[in-house]
Design a protein. Structure first.
Length: 137
């Protein structure tokens, strides 16, 4: 390499296998033309499908005609609403009551249900497992 500098060889200053600037410019112009062509085709397709959709007689969705509420629907008493909901859930979990009187379905308190489950075992367990005995309290 030092020989090339000393001999004054002017052609050794660049890589001889590099692309020519003319080739890079042609590629850039072709790429720009391809992007423009894709944009034109996309715009034409959007217009084509929009006019095709407009020509079809499709009734609008019934949900499209629902008016939004004029004022926001806000929960103004969130803590008391939550307390009321939890009280109702606690009442359901701790009392007896009918779920479906016609079908004879009732609900029992959760503590009683756990006690019965411990006594009798899971339904459908068959003879494979013995039901657990509940402790007497």
């Amino acid at each position: 390499m030092s020989e090339a500098k000393q001999s004054g060889d002017r052609g050794a200053g660049r890589e001889l296998s590099d692309l020519e600037p003319r080739t890079i410019a042609i590629f850039g112009l072709a790429l720009a033309a391809a992007v423009v062509a894709c944009l034109i085709v996309a715009a034409w397709l959007f217009g084509f499908f929009a006019t095709r959709r407009a020509q079809e007689d499709i009734p609008p969705s019934p949900l499209a005609q629902v008016e939004p509420p004029t004022t926001p629907v806000l929960q103004t008493k969130a803590p008391s609403d939550l307390a009321r909901l939890r009280a109702e859930e606690d009442m359901i979990l701790s009392t007896y009551g009918w779920v479906d009187r016609g079908a004879g379905v009732v609900r029992i308190p959760i503590d009683r249900a756990m006690h019965l489950l411990a006594e009798r075992g899971l339904p459908g367990a068959g003879s494979k497992s013995q039901p657990a005995k509940a402790k007497s309290q």
